[in-house]
Design a protein around this ligand. Structure first.
Ligand code: HPA
Ligand code: ZN
Length: 319
């Protein structure tokens, strides 16, 4: 029996499996740089974050219709239910679609169609996070968020992802001010490839409620003490960390060290179709390869639920 968990760090575009990508390309008349499933499969070797993003952004161009976005989200939710996920806070990289001419409504309506029936269909409650690409202009991000707010689209929070180094949180103060002024939750990727200072700046300048990844915080004892004192949730993704070379191998993953420090960590899947697995695969991997104990697993599961944006009643239902 799997413990009930909340998935808090999940990029919907990162759930597109190779078969889905090839089928959607054929359906939508998109010419991909690869001719076969085998050729596509051979591309899933990454040297760093950027090498992965290059593949992610090409593959997501197969998404064209509202139905494509709905099917992407449904496929994920179906798989997540089997992994023990009871609540999912999924994100979409909306600018990766708007920049190639896909209307905001096509993305949001498609994703929402699957999220809105998720509790009945899959037993998973959901929230939607709109993630902004930090390697595109902050003005574009503010413009997209402004249009999203005006459209009446239902979403719960914003995030910040894509290439990290050289794109510090300070660039996005206006975006986060706008989000918070509109009652949205706020999270940001930080400390995956970027320095510990980006984690501190995400807290101080963007006032985020959670940090996605946060691994490099461990390089700064002062920051670790602060994260522990304030119990800031870090959404850690072990298989992603190995595939993107944030850690050398799974045996070296710091998840147990993070728990021992008293950090508020939980385990998530990031881009499961690219990194070798969903939340259950991540959990099994840290048990097998890092020696995570049953007590630690229970703590990680509890942390995932407590770090969610569910209200107290919603959290109590999952504990
Ligand atoms: N980091 C940054 N950007 C991303 C990621 C990630 O792990 N996944 C999808 N976009
Ligand atoms: Zn991520």
């Amino acid at each position: 029996m799997r413990l009930p968990v909340a998935e808090l760090h999940l990029h919907l575009e990162g759930t597109l499996e190779p078969e889905f990508i090839m089928d959607a390309a054929a359906r939508n008349g998109v010419v991909l740089p690869w001719r076969s499933l085998e050729e596509l499969r051979s591309k899933y070797r990454f040297t760093d974050l950027q090498s992965f993003l290059d593949l992610l952004y090409v593959n997501l161009e197969v998404l064209h219709t509202r139905d494509d976005f709905e099917q992407m989200t449904r496929s994920y939710l179906r798989r997540a239910a089997a992994a023990g996920v009871r609540h999912a806070e999924a994100s979409t990289d909306i600018q990766a679609h708007t920049r190639r001419g896909i209307p905001i409504e096509v993305v949001v309506d498609g994703v929402r169609a699957a999220l809105d029936t998720s509790e009945d269909d899959y037993g998973i409650t959901t929230k939607l996070i709109i993630s902004f690409l930090r390697d595109r202009s902050p003005d574009e991000a503010v413009d997209v968020l402004t249009r999203l707010l005006a459209s009446g689209a239902r979403f719960d929070g914003i995030g910040l992802d894509s290439a990290e180094v050289g794109f510090p949180p300070s660039l996005f103060v206006g975006l986060y001010d706008l989000a918070r002024a509109n009652g949205l939750h706020v999270v940001a990727h930080a400390g995956e490839e970027g320095p510990p200072q980006y984690v501190a700046d995400s807290l101080d300048l963007l006032q985020v409620e959670r940090i996605d990844h946060g691994n490099r915080s461990l390089e700064d004892a002062h920051l670790v003490a602060r994260l522990v004192a304030e119990q800031i949730p870090l959404t850690v993704c072990p298989l992603s960390n190995v595939r993107l070379r944030v850690v050398d191998d799974l045996e070296q993953h710091p998840i147990r060290r993070m728990l021992a420090h008293g950090l508020n960590v939980s385990v998530h899947s990031d881009d499961p179709a690219y990194f070798g697995g969903y939340i259950d695969d991540n959990i099994d991997a840290i048990v097998d390869r890092c020696g995570v104990t049953n007590d630690e697993l229970a703590r990680l599961a509890r942390n995932s639920i407590d770090a969610s944006f569910l209200d107290a009643e919603g959290k109590a239902r999952l504990h």
